[in-house]
Design a protein around this ligand. Sequence first.
Ligand code: HAX
Length: 437
Amino acid sequence: MGNLKETLKNKIEAWRPRTTRLLKEHGDKVIGECTVAQAIGGMRGVKCLVTDISYLDPNEGIRFRGYTIPETLAALPKPEGQEAPYVEGHLYLLLTGDIPTPEEAKAFAEDLKARSKVPEYVFDLLRSLPADSHPMAMFSAAIVSMQRESLFVKRYHEGLGKMDYWDPTLEDALNLLARLPTIGAFIYRLKYRDGDIIAPDSTLDMGGNFAHMMGVDKPYDDLSRLYFILHSDHESGNVSAHTGHLVASALSDVYYSISAMVNGLAGPLHGLANEMVLRWIQGVMDKMGGKIPSEEEMKKFVWDTLNGGQVIPGFGHAVLRKTDPRYMAQREFCLKNLPDDPIFKYVDLLFRVTPAILEKQGKAKNPWPNVDAQSGVIQWYYNVKEYDFYTVLFGIGRALGVCSNIVWDRALGYPIERPKSLTTAMIEEMVGAKTPV
Ligand code: HAX
């Protein structure tokens, strides 16, 4: 890891004066404001977080370290003979801001491989959980069980200086990230394949090894690489990223922080939406007796859901105002690899009818599909049909971005997070809405 850590150290040292100067010379300047609607309404759009790992433009979508999704996929090196890039190379980009050379990506992949052995007690713990435990609860428990391994905690108690916090945090992050694919695949095989566990193959990269441990053939390896990269980061304000950052701001280690991140991702309005999409589609399929509905029939199903007071999973977004480029990247994969799949046809049909309906209903600010509208369909096609597992895949990817953020949070000395609350009466008073008694 010599190269990555050295590169990162130089970047951190060069960056620190920027943060220090902003705080010292411009700390009292206003960059945003907060309205009553924002305070009550989930802080939507309040500009009060800083990250340089990724930026989400409402119309363009995500940029990782300045690169759009197509640019990222084109620029990152690929394992030999593969179509999708190294996940490890993407992590290198998120951490350093640099596209690694093929040699750097390969060396970093080797480093992560050397860290990937999962302690046996994690498997014992997973085996001991009730059989009906949700895979996300299992994933979260497995991660937090490794907290005892934290180097940050050890070094902190030895008296580590604040400027050096990032170093053992990086070690913890890489140790954890290297193990997540093995833990994810273990949960899958334990829960859905009668515990028939497939041992890791040390010759493979992270995405390839994950597909191997899942027991799914090509091109599931490329799909896994693509999937982990696409889900890695979506700036700081989404529930999973913000939870990871918040918990880490108390100097809780990466194991605590990423376990908490997973818990936030497990909500149906966030990462669980990919599971909800499949549930919704299969509900419609059952009603249709497996037939593909006509546009008119599909419109009726969408309206029925809305009129029942429910959301259409996979559509809408708190920040985006156009079709999510992560959806488009997966759609391209589907058009190439599974154009005739019946569930893809459902997704395609939903893409055609839903935005106009949501617009007509007039509630959702963004009627377009998000990342979750497509992802479960591809898993289903490759025989990973247990949709309550899908969010674990999202979690493996999201941890890449959240860990990178935590390393930089520590490097730049961001303090413990502590926004201020007001009472309802105080706000009524401030805006002149207080009913006289
Ligand atoms: N179907 C029906 N109604 C929707 C909707 C959808 N897909 N998206 C938004 N709305 C509704 C909201 O429920 C809200 O209604 P109320 O005023 O009655 O509360 C109204 O439109 C305004 O919401 P908004 O401002 O457009 O959206 P929010 O920022 O509040 O919420 C969500 C963003 C993603 C949570 C929302 O669009 C949603 O619930 N979508 C469906 C679930 C989903 O796909 N989630 C995954 C999002 C991507 C992600 O984070 N993945 O992890």
